[in-house]
Design a protein around this ligand. Structure first.
Ligand code: PSU
Ligand code: MN
Length: 316
Protein backbone atom coordinates (compact mmCIF):
# COMPACT_ATOMS: atom_id res chain seq x y z
CA UNK A 1 0.00 0.00 0.00
CA UNK A 2 1.34 3.43 -0.85
CA UNK A 3 1.18 6.07 1.89
CA UNK A 4 -1.51 7.90 -0.07
CA UNK A 5 -4.01 5.09 -0.36
CA UNK A 6 -7.02 5.56 1.89
CA UNK A 7 -6.27 3.77 5.13
CA UNK A 8 -8.93 1.65 6.77
CA UNK A 9 -7.18 1.83 10.14
CA UNK A 10 -7.23 5.59 10.18
CA UNK A 11 -10.45 6.10 8.27
CA UNK A 12 -11.56 9.73 8.28
CA UNK A 13 -15.17 8.55 8.10
CA UNK A 14 -17.25 8.18 11.23
CA UNK A 15 -20.70 6.70 10.86
CA UNK A 16 -23.46 7.32 13.38
CA UNK A 17 -24.91 4.19 14.95
CA UNK A 18 -28.17 4.72 13.06
CA UNK A 19 -26.40 5.01 9.70
CA UNK A 20 -24.12 2.02 10.38
CA UNK A 21 -27.16 -0.04 11.32
CA UNK A 22 -29.03 1.07 8.19
CA UNK A 23 -26.07 0.12 6.00
CA UNK A 24 -25.75 -3.26 7.69
CA UNK A 25 -29.43 -4.03 7.20
CA UNK A 26 -29.86 -2.56 3.72
CA UNK A 27 -32.35 0.05 4.89
CA UNK A 28 -33.02 3.04 2.63
CA UNK A 29 -30.61 5.90 3.35
CA UNK A 30 -30.79 9.53 2.30
CA UNK A 31 -27.71 11.74 2.43
CA UNK A 32 -28.29 15.37 3.46
CA UNK A 33 -25.85 18.19 2.83
CA UNK A 34 -24.82 20.67 5.50
CA UNK A 35 -23.71 23.84 3.68
CA UNK A 36 -27.37 24.76 3.74
CA UNK A 37 -27.12 24.55 7.55
CA UNK A 38 -23.81 26.41 7.94
CA UNK A 39 -24.14 28.95 5.12
CA UNK A 40 -27.53 28.68 3.43
CA UNK A 41 -29.88 29.66 6.23
CA UNK A 42 -29.52 31.97 9.22
CA UNK A 43 -29.62 30.85 12.86
CA UNK A 44 -31.82 29.53 14.40
CA UNK A 45 -33.83 28.44 11.34
CA UNK A 46 -30.84 26.41 10.17
CA UNK A 47 -31.04 24.01 13.13
CA UNK A 48 -34.82 23.74 12.88
CA UNK A 49 -34.50 22.96 9.17
CA UNK A 50 -31.80 20.32 9.71
CA UNK A 51 -33.98 18.58 12.27
CA UNK A 52 -37.08 18.90 10.10
CA UNK A 53 -35.38 17.35 7.06
CA UNK A 54 -34.22 14.40 9.15
CA UNK A 55 -37.74 14.00 10.56
CA UNK A 56 -39.29 14.02 7.08
CA UNK A 57 -36.87 11.30 5.90
CA UNK A 58 -37.65 9.16 8.96
CA UNK A 59 -41.37 9.73 8.45
CA UNK A 60 -41.12 7.96 5.10
CA UNK A 61 -39.25 5.05 6.69
CA UNK A 62 -35.75 5.93 5.47
CA UNK A 63 -32.67 6.86 7.49
CA UNK A 64 -31.13 10.34 7.20
CA UNK A 65 -27.37 10.68 6.92
CA UNK A 66 -26.49 14.33 7.41
CA UNK A 67 -22.87 14.76 6.38
CA UNK A 68 -20.50 17.31 7.96
CA UNK A 69 -16.89 17.76 9.08
CA UNK A 70 -16.06 17.96 12.76
CA UNK A 71 -13.21 16.95 15.10
CA UNK A 72 -11.02 15.94 12.16
CA UNK A 73 -13.63 13.44 10.95
CA UNK A 74 -16.14 13.19 8.14
CA UNK A 75 -19.31 12.46 10.06
CA UNK A 76 -21.92 10.44 8.23
CA UNK A 77 -25.06 10.84 10.31
CA UNK A 78 -24.98 13.31 13.17
CA UNK A 79 -26.14 12.90 16.75
CA UNK A 80 -28.48 15.58 18.11
CA UNK A 81 -25.51 17.20 19.91
CA UNK A 82 -23.42 17.20 16.73
CA UNK A 83 -26.27 18.70 14.72
CA UNK A 84 -26.48 21.52 17.27
CA UNK A 85 -22.72 22.08 17.20
CA UNK A 86 -22.87 22.34 13.42
CA UNK A 87 -25.79 24.77 13.37
CA UNK A 88 -24.43 26.96 16.15
CA UNK A 89 -20.78 27.02 15.06
CA UNK A 90 -19.08 30.40 14.77
CA UNK A 91 -17.39 30.82 11.39
CA UNK A 92 -17.89 27.29 10.10
CA UNK A 93 -16.16 26.38 6.83
CA UNK A 94 -17.94 25.80 3.55
CA UNK A 95 -16.42 22.53 2.36
CA UNK A 96 -16.27 21.64 -1.31
CA UNK A 97 -13.93 18.98 -2.72
CA UNK A 98 -10.83 21.14 -2.51
CA UNK A 99 -11.39 22.00 1.16
CA UNK A 100 -11.56 18.51 2.69
CA UNK A 101 -7.86 18.14 3.51
CA UNK A 102 -7.46 21.58 5.05
CA UNK A 103 -10.60 21.42 7.17
CA UNK A 104 -9.99 17.84 8.34
CA UNK A 105 -6.38 18.51 9.24
CA UNK A 106 -7.37 21.67 11.09
CA UNK A 107 -10.18 19.94 12.98
CA UNK A 108 -12.59 22.68 12.01
CA UNK A 109 -16.35 22.45 11.68
CA UNK A 110 -17.47 22.41 8.05
CA UNK A 111 -20.69 22.16 6.10
CA UNK A 112 -20.39 20.05 2.94
CA UNK A 113 -21.59 21.37 -0.42
CA UNK A 114 -23.47 19.25 -2.93
CA UNK A 115 -20.19 18.17 -4.58
CA UNK A 116 -18.59 17.25 -1.25
CA UNK A 117 -21.72 15.48 0.04
CA UNK A 118 -21.99 13.45 -3.18
CA UNK A 119 -18.39 12.35 -2.82
CA UNK A 120 -18.97 11.09 0.73
CA UNK A 121 -22.33 9.53 -0.10
CA UNK A 122 -20.84 7.51 -2.94
CA UNK A 123 -17.92 6.35 -0.79
CA UNK A 124 -20.40 5.17 1.82
CA UNK A 125 -22.72 3.45 -0.62
CA UNK A 126 -25.56 5.98 -0.20
CA UNK A 127 -27.33 6.35 -3.53
CA UNK A 128 -29.83 9.11 -2.83
CA UNK A 129 -29.21 12.65 -1.65
CA UNK A 130 -31.62 15.53 -0.97
CA UNK A 131 -30.75 19.21 -1.18
CA UNK A 132 -32.36 22.55 -2.03
CA UNK A 133 -30.60 23.64 -5.18
CA UNK A 134 -27.32 22.67 -6.77
CA UNK A 135 -24.59 25.13 -7.67
CA UNK A 136 -24.01 26.01 -11.32
CA UNK A 137 -22.64 28.55 -13.73
CA UNK A 138 -22.77 32.07 -12.30
CA UNK A 139 -24.47 34.90 -14.18
CA UNK A 140 -22.08 37.36 -15.72
CA UNK A 141 -19.14 35.23 -14.62
CA UNK A 142 -19.13 32.08 -16.76
CA UNK A 143 -15.76 30.94 -15.42
CA UNK A 144 -17.27 30.61 -11.94
CA UNK A 145 -18.65 27.11 -12.34
CA UNK A 146 -19.62 25.20 -9.21
CA UNK A 147 -17.72 21.98 -8.53
CA UNK A 148 -21.21 20.50 -8.10
CA UNK A 149 -21.49 20.23 -11.89
CA UNK A 150 -18.19 18.39 -12.37
CA UNK A 151 -19.05 16.06 -9.52
CA UNK A 152 -22.46 15.31 -11.02
CA UNK A 153 -20.65 14.24 -14.16
CA UNK A 154 -18.54 11.63 -12.41
CA UNK A 155 -20.26 10.48 -9.23
CA UNK A 156 -23.16 8.00 -9.30
CA UNK A 157 -25.53 9.56 -6.76
CA UNK A 158 -29.14 10.61 -7.37
CA UNK A 159 -29.55 14.23 -6.30
CA UNK A 160 -33.07 15.41 -5.53
CA UNK A 161 -33.32 19.20 -5.76
CA UNK A 162 -35.43 22.12 -6.99
CA UNK A 163 -33.02 22.72 -9.86
CA UNK A 164 -30.07 25.05 -9.63
CA UNK A 165 -30.32 28.11 -7.45
CA UNK A 166 -32.20 30.87 -9.25
CA UNK A 167 -29.28 33.27 -8.78
CA UNK A 168 -27.40 31.29 -11.45
CA UNK A 169 -27.35 31.22 -15.24
CA UNK A 170 -29.81 28.35 -15.72
CA UNK A 171 -29.41 27.78 -19.50
CA UNK A 172 -25.60 27.68 -19.14
CA UNK A 173 -25.93 25.33 -16.18
CA UNK A 174 -28.16 22.98 -18.18
CA UNK A 175 -25.69 23.01 -21.10
CA UNK A 176 -22.92 22.06 -18.75
CA UNK A 177 -24.92 19.17 -17.30
CA UNK A 178 -25.66 17.95 -20.81
CA UNK A 179 -21.96 18.05 -21.68
CA UNK A 180 -21.22 16.03 -18.53
CA UNK A 181 -23.87 13.44 -19.46
CA UNK A 182 -26.10 14.04 -16.47
CA UNK A 183 -29.78 13.14 -16.93
CA UNK A 184 -32.13 15.80 -15.56
CA UNK A 185 -35.52 14.30 -14.78
CA UNK A 186 -38.58 16.34 -13.90
CA UNK A 187 -40.66 15.09 -10.98
CA UNK A 188 -44.25 15.79 -12.05
CA UNK A 189 -43.00 18.59 -14.29
CA UNK A 190 -41.88 19.11 -17.91
CA UNK A 191 -39.79 22.14 -17.05
CA UNK A 192 -36.71 22.80 -15.01
CA UNK A 193 -37.90 24.44 -11.80
CA UNK A 194 -36.20 27.75 -10.97
CA UNK A 195 -35.73 27.01 -7.28
CA UNK A 196 -38.16 29.56 -5.74
CA UNK A 197 -40.36 29.47 -8.84
CA UNK A 198 -41.98 26.39 -10.37
CA UNK A 199 -40.79 27.04 -13.91
CA UNK A 200 -37.78 28.42 -15.73
CA UNK A 201 -38.95 28.13 -19.32
CA UNK A 202 -36.35 25.38 -19.90
CA UNK A 203 -37.91 22.14 -21.18
CA UNK A 204 -36.69 18.80 -19.83
CA UNK A 205 -36.19 15.60 -21.79
CA UNK A 206 -37.68 13.30 -19.17
CA UNK A 207 -40.51 13.39 -16.68
CA UNK A 208 -41.70 10.96 -14.02
CA UNK A 209 -44.89 10.96 -11.98
CA UNK A 210 -43.81 8.73 -9.08
CA UNK A 211 -40.73 7.98 -6.97
CA UNK A 212 -40.90 4.42 -8.25
CA UNK A 213 -40.48 5.57 -11.84
CA UNK A 214 -37.50 7.67 -10.81
CA UNK A 215 -35.98 4.63 -9.08
CA UNK A 216 -36.48 2.56 -12.22
CA UNK A 217 -34.63 5.08 -14.42
CA UNK A 218 -31.85 5.28 -11.83
CA UNK A 219 -31.41 1.51 -11.81
CA UNK A 220 -31.40 1.37 -15.58
CA UNK A 221 -28.84 4.20 -15.88
CA UNK A 222 -26.36 2.80 -13.36
CA UNK A 223 -27.22 -0.79 -14.15
CA UNK A 224 -25.60 -0.51 -17.57
CA UNK A 225 -22.41 0.89 -16.06
CA UNK A 226 -22.82 4.63 -16.46
CA UNK A 227 -21.03 6.48 -13.71
CA UNK A 228 -22.64 9.89 -13.66
CA UNK A 229 -24.97 11.42 -11.14
CA UNK A 230 -28.65 11.90 -11.89
CA UNK A 231 -30.71 14.98 -11.10
CA UNK A 232 -34.31 14.59 -10.06
CA UNK A 233 -35.79 18.07 -10.11
CA UNK A 234 -38.84 18.78 -7.98
CA UNK A 235 -40.73 22.09 -8.19
CA UNK A 236 -41.29 23.90 -4.89
CA UNK A 237 -44.66 23.09 -3.26
CA UNK A 238 -47.41 25.19 -4.91
CA UNK A 239 -48.36 27.12 -1.79
CA UNK A 240 -44.72 28.13 -1.22
CA UNK A 241 -43.65 28.90 -4.80
CA UNK A 242 -42.96 32.51 -5.78
CA UNK A 243 -43.73 34.10 -9.13
CA UNK A 244 -40.69 34.13 -11.39
CA UNK A 245 -40.78 37.85 -12.24
CA UNK A 246 -40.86 38.74 -8.57
CA UNK A 247 -37.83 36.56 -7.81
CA UNK A 248 -35.96 37.99 -10.81
CA UNK A 249 -36.35 41.53 -9.46
CA UNK A 250 -34.74 40.58 -6.15
CA UNK A 251 -31.95 38.68 -7.85
CA UNK A 252 -31.07 41.58 -10.18
CA UNK A 253 -30.75 43.86 -7.17
CA UNK A 254 -28.72 41.36 -5.17
CA UNK A 255 -26.33 40.81 -8.11
CA UNK A 256 -25.74 44.55 -8.50
CA UNK A 257 -25.00 44.84 -4.80
CA UNK A 258 -22.58 41.88 -4.91
CA UNK A 259 -20.74 43.59 -7.75
CA UNK A 260 -20.47 46.85 -5.85
CA UNK A 261 -19.14 45.05 -2.78
CA UNK A 262 -16.74 42.92 -4.85
CA UNK A 263 -18.01 39.58 -3.49
CA UNK A 264 -16.32 36.66 -5.30
CA UNK A 265 -15.58 32.94 -5.18
CA UNK A 266 -17.33 30.66 -2.74
CA UNK A 267 -18.73 33.63 -0.78
CA UNK A 268 -21.02 34.68 -3.62
CA UNK A 269 -23.71 31.99 -3.15
CA UNK A 270 -24.28 32.59 0.60
CA UNK A 271 -24.15 36.35 -0.01
CA UNK A 272 -26.79 36.32 -2.75
CA UNK A 273 -29.11 33.97 -0.86
CA UNK A 274 -28.94 36.28 2.15
CA UNK A 275 -29.58 39.41 0.06
CA UNK A 276 -32.54 37.86 -1.72
CA UNK A 277 -33.99 36.77 1.62
CA UNK A 278 -33.60 40.34 2.89
CA UNK A 279 -35.13 41.92 -0.21
CA UNK A 280 -38.08 39.52 -0.12
CA UNK A 281 -38.62 40.17 3.59
CA UNK A 282 -38.02 36.53 4.41
CA UNK A 283 -40.32 35.12 1.74
CA UNK A 284 -37.53 33.43 -0.23
CA UNK A 285 -36.25 31.87 2.98
CA UNK A 286 -39.65 30.36 3.74
CA UNK A 287 -39.82 28.95 0.21
CA UNK A 288 -36.31 27.58 0.57
CA UNK A 289 -37.29 25.74 3.76
CA UNK A 290 -40.52 24.39 2.26
CA UNK A 291 -38.77 23.02 -0.82
CA UNK A 292 -35.94 21.49 1.21
CA UNK A 293 -38.45 19.47 3.25
CA UNK A 294 -40.39 18.53 0.14
CA UNK A 295 -37.20 17.32 -1.58
CA UNK A 296 -36.28 15.28 1.50
CA UNK A 297 -39.64 13.50 1.29
CA UNK A 298 -39.30 12.71 -2.43
CA UNK A 299 -35.70 11.53 -1.92
CA UNK A 300 -36.75 9.22 0.92
CA UNK A 301 -39.50 7.75 -1.23
CA UNK A 302 -37.07 7.09 -4.09
CA UNK A 303 -34.54 5.58 -1.65
CA UNK A 304 -37.26 3.31 -0.26
CA UNK A 305 -38.19 2.25 -3.76
CA UNK A 306 -34.56 1.51 -4.66
CA UNK A 307 -33.98 -0.43 -1.43
CA UNK A 308 -37.06 -2.58 -1.94
CA UNK A 309 -35.46 -3.75 -5.23
CA UNK A 310 -38.87 -3.39 -6.85
CA UNK A 311 -37.93 -5.57 -9.77
CA UNK A 312 -35.10 -7.42 -8.06
CA UNK A 313 -33.20 -6.76 -11.27
CA UNK A 314 -29.45 -6.47 -10.91
CA UNK A 315 -27.48 -5.94 -14.07
CA UNK A 316 -23.88 -7.02 -13.74
N1 PSU B 1 -28.92 25.44 -1.87
C1 PSU B 1 -29.40 26.29 -0.93
N2 PSU B 1 -28.51 26.88 -0.11
C2 PSU B 1 -27.17 26.61 -0.18
C3 PSU B 1 -26.65 25.73 -1.17
C4 PSU B 1 -27.59 25.17 -1.98
O1 PSU B 1 -30.59 26.52 -0.86
O2 PSU B 1 -26.42 27.15 0.62
C5 PSU B 1 -25.17 25.41 -1.26
C6 PSU B 1 -25.00 23.96 -1.74
O3 PSU B 1 -24.26 23.29 -0.76
C7 PSU B 1 -24.23 24.06 -3.04
C8 PSU B 1 -23.40 25.29 -2.82
O4 PSU B 1 -23.46 22.92 -3.28
O5 PSU B 1 -24.36 26.18 -2.18
C9 PSU B 1 -22.82 25.81 -4.11
O6 PSU B 1 -21.77 26.68 -3.84
P1 PSU B 1 -20.71 27.08 -4.99
O7 PSU B 1 -21.51 27.84 -6.00
O8 PSU B 1 -19.67 27.96 -4.28
O9 PSU B 1 -20.14 25.81 -5.52
MN1 MN C 1 -18.31 29.17 -7.33
Amino acid sequence: MTPFEPSLKRSPYQLSREVANAKGNNLPLVALESTVVTHGLPKPENLALARAMEAVVRGVGAVPATIALMDGKVKVGLTETELERLAKAENPRKVSLLDFGVVLAGGEIGGTTVAATMFVAEKQGIQVFATGGIGGVHRGNPTDISTDLMQLGRCPVLVVCAGAKAILDLPATMEYLETQGVPVIGFQTDELPAFYATSSGIKLKARVETPKEAAKITEAHWGMGLKSGILLVVPPPKDAAIERSLVEGWIEKALLQANVEGIRGNAITPYLLDRVSHLSEGRSKRTNIALLKNNARVAAEVAASLASGFESTRYI
